[in-house]
Design a protein around this ligand. Structure first.
Ligand code: PLP
Length: 448
């Protein structure tokens, strides 16, 4: 069709002329050779020049079952023939209802309601607004701040930036929604006590101002820093003690990414609000969800004139195509779960030699989330300067060797689709090892 006939040279020019890419320094992007994807099969993607690559970041941390999966295609096609979209404002659609029931079946026990949206950031915005209004509906208008953790990432919308501002990326917006306290995240794990004490200090002194605590079970965009076992359980206890809601952001960790369906399961914790996105549709369509307990939900019930309603929604909330593919993806994932621990160990074994690389400070892994930290000096952990873009140096070698990976600063992120076979995982980790070898001369000259 018309899209297949567009010539590669035309696409490159149009991309550089008309498209503004997310989270991308465009000056540098326009000077380079863009990778434009034409199609995908299994855990590989093909660009417009016919090069095939392993999808080493699961298409920004969300692909679960690979690309062009017959069961997922079929679910979308079947739903297309029923209806592509209908509003959820005051009505419902069949896949959205069925998916809500299925999500509650598998989610941490005690979660009971599903509020849909379209991206991880909106799932977070909704959780933040629900937390504030939960207290406001009970006459507690002062409880309107949210305690977050330094270096956690919850998305790029203003509310998400308000509770997790990154001084490097979000500098123009830092004071737009001020006043949300932040405390250190427990990584390395010997900082657990310090982190929990900092949480308790804030909760003790500001309990009447705090609506919620928000946390990532694994700090993702911060560089893949897993919290220690027991951390979420302790947080849950502190939130209960000081009458503050707990929001767990599983946008990145949800749907098998850590090797369990949800990361909260490891600590047996049920948050008051759980944010989900990314892998919810297997990486097929934009859909997100904020799950809540019945206690949270009930605070929004009342007579119309009481104005307890949660007046929040999006045009595409509960999109039937997204919900239909999410249902199909979830069933496939439940079948895949038993195979995940062996794959996680395969990744670990494949990347273990990198711990000896002269410029690798640490290989951090939480299931299918891996961050390889590149430093100028291992002994002192001295980083390369920000502008050195050392992550991209290694990533470019991986692209050349046939795998797409993306760094975050000086941390190379590896995040394969969960359906990758053990053989495919071996090939991907071999590419990573080789790419770090390839990068040695450049890193050596930068480190001088
Ligand atoms: N929360 C976490 C933990 C994330 O990792 C991300 C995205 O990387 C988000 C929220 C935002 O999700 P989205 O990019 O879909 O808006």
């Amino acid at each position: 069709d018309a899209l297949d006939e567009l010539a590669p040279e035309t696409l490159v020019v149009w991309d550089k002329t008309y498209v503004w890419h997310p989270f991308t320094p465009m000056k540098q992007y326009m000077a380079g050779d863009p990778v434009i994807i034409r199609r995908g099969r299994g855990v590989k993607l093909e660009d417009i020049h016919g090069n095939w690559y392993y999808d080493g970041t699961a298409s920004i941390w969300l692909n679960v079952h690979g690309h062009n999966v017959p069961e997922l295609n079929a679910a979308i096609e079947a739903q297309l023939r029923r209806v592509a979209h209908a509003t959820m404002l005051g009505q419902a659609n069949v896949p959205a209802v069925a998916l809500a029931k299925r999500l509650i079946d598998v989610a941490p026990k005690g979660l009971q309601r599903v509020f849909y949206s379209d991206s991880g950031a909106t799932a977070v915005e909704i959780a933040l607004k629900m937390a504030v209004q939960f207290w406001a509906n009970q006459g507690r208008r002062t409880k309107r701040y949210v305690l977050g953790f330094l270096n956690n990432y919850h998305g790029d919308t203003l509310g998400a930036v308000g509770v997790a501002p990154d001084p490097l990326f979000h500098w123009p917006f830092l004071d737009l929604l001020p006043g949300h306290p932040r405390v250190p995240y427990p990584y390395p794990h010997d900082r657990l006590t310090e982190s929990l004490e900092a949480v308790e200090d804030v909760l003790r002194t500001r309990r009447d101002e705090l609506a919620a605590v928000i946390v990532e079970p694994v700090e993702g965009a911060g560089g893949i820093l897993p919290a220690p076992p027991g951390f979420l359980r302790e947080l849950r206890a502190l939130c209960d003690r000081y009458d503050v809601l707990l929001i767990v952001d599983e946008v990145a960790t949800g749907f098998g990414r850590t090797g369990r369906l949800f990361a909260c399961e490891a600590d047996g914790v049920t948050p008051d609000l759980l944010c989900l996105g990314k892998g919810l549709t297997g990486g097929y369509l934009p859909l997100a969800a904020t799950l809540t307990t019945e206690r949270v939900f009930e605070a929004f019930l009342g007579e119309v004139e009481e104005r307890k309603t949660f007046f929040h929604g999006h045009s595409y909330t509960g999109n039937p195509l997204g919900c239909a593919v999410a249902l199909a993806s979830l069933e496939l994932l439940l079948e895949l779960l038993p195979a995940l621990p062996a794959k996680v160990e395969r990744i670990r074994a494949g990347l273990a030699p990198l711990a000896d690389h002269p410029f690798v400070a640490e290989v951090r892994q939480a299931g299918f989330m891996v961050g390889i930290e590149i430093v100028a000096d291992r002994a002192t952990r001295t980083p390369f300067p920000y502008g050195a873009q050392v992550g991209f140096i290694v990533a470019r070698h991986a692209w050349r060797r046939g795998m797409l990976v993306r760094p975050i600063g000086s941390v190379l992120i590896f995040m394969p689709p969960l359906a990758a076979t053990e053989t495919e995982l071996d090939e991907m980790t071999a590419i990573l090892r080789a790419s770090f070898e390839d990068a040695l001369p450049e890193l050596e000259s930068l480190a001088q």
